[in-house]
Design a protein around this ligand. Sequence first.
Ligand SMILES: Nc1nc(=O)c2c([nH]1)NC[C@@H]1CN(c3ccc(C(=O)N[C@@H](CCC(=O)O)C(=O)O)cc3)CN21
Ligand SMILES: CC(C)C(=O)C(=O)O
Ligand SMILES: [Mg+2]
Length: 282
Amino acid sequence: MAKKKSILDLMKMKKEGEQVAWVTAYDFPTAMFVEQAGMDMILVGDSLGMVTLGYKGTIPVTMEDCISHCQAVRRGAPNTWIIGDMPFGSYQSSDEQAVDNAVRFMKEADVDCIKLEGGVRVKTRIKAISDAGIPVIGHIGLTPQSSGQLGGFKAQGRDVKNARGVIEDALAVQESGAFAILVEAVPPELTAFITQKLDIPVYSIGAGACDGQLLISSDMLGKFQAFTPKFVKVYANVAEVEINAFKEYVKDVKEGVFPSDDYVYHITDPIEEFEKLFKEYA
Ligand SMILES: Nc1nc(=O)c2c([nH]1)NC[C@@H]1CN(c3ccc(C(=O)N[C@@H](CCC(=O)O)C(=O)O)cc3)CN21
Ligand SMILES: CC(C)C(=O)C(=O)O
Ligand SMILES: [Mg+2]
């Protein structure tokens, strides 16, 4: 089994040009499979609200939801770098609130670092959490928790005015002490510029080439049916596999094909003894 990565390994990978591959996971079995596949990191995204709980967005997700999913993922992937995703409302009020909740992720869920959304406007939050000794990943570009302000889940930085804002956010994240940054849904030209401008690793979800790539596991496995962002490469159709299996089971049950003799427990006393017992109670 591969040794769990440290922050130094991630820095070294950037320096040596080795790409970092990561996905989201939300539950114990997926975490096990991801670790067995040799993934570099796992994000327990607040996207769990959409892909495992069925919410329309990430706003309703609570600290308790995140902690409980992080715990399940840690049990499944004890040797993988795990990122806890701070949910909406867990760092918006104050630096103190942000530190308290980041500490909860570390103490209660044994994550390796936390991620939070925003650039310029969360500078003091990133600094406060970093100063508490907790590694922080920034998250800029399309920030789903503020999709209301962005007018929906819309790609960012496509015009020069908006791209300036993304660059300012990237600089703010690095200055504040984050050890890495995730850029979501911006054009590859902008990501490339940010990657050569910053010293810290730059990772992408839907933002083209840089130091590593993230995808939502449910999207790449074909398990999320509400929508599929343009940037998702679909590697499997797990929904189809599951639906077909459930259909077959329904058919077997209705037709009395299941359970056949292979799927029952056999008696250990002679049948005559059982018949006597049944007669006694008949
Ligand atoms: N399952 C899942 N996968 C994701 O990648 C994901 C989530 N959920 N939830 C939170 C955010 C939202 N994501 C998205 C969603 C849509 C686009 C997208 O391609 N938007 C279109 C516009 C759609 C519209 O017209 O509103 C675009 O061109 O920007 C990008 C990222 C990424 N994140
Ligand atoms: C969309 C990604 C980057 C995320 O933050 C999540 O999965 O919650
Ligand atoms: Mg998130």
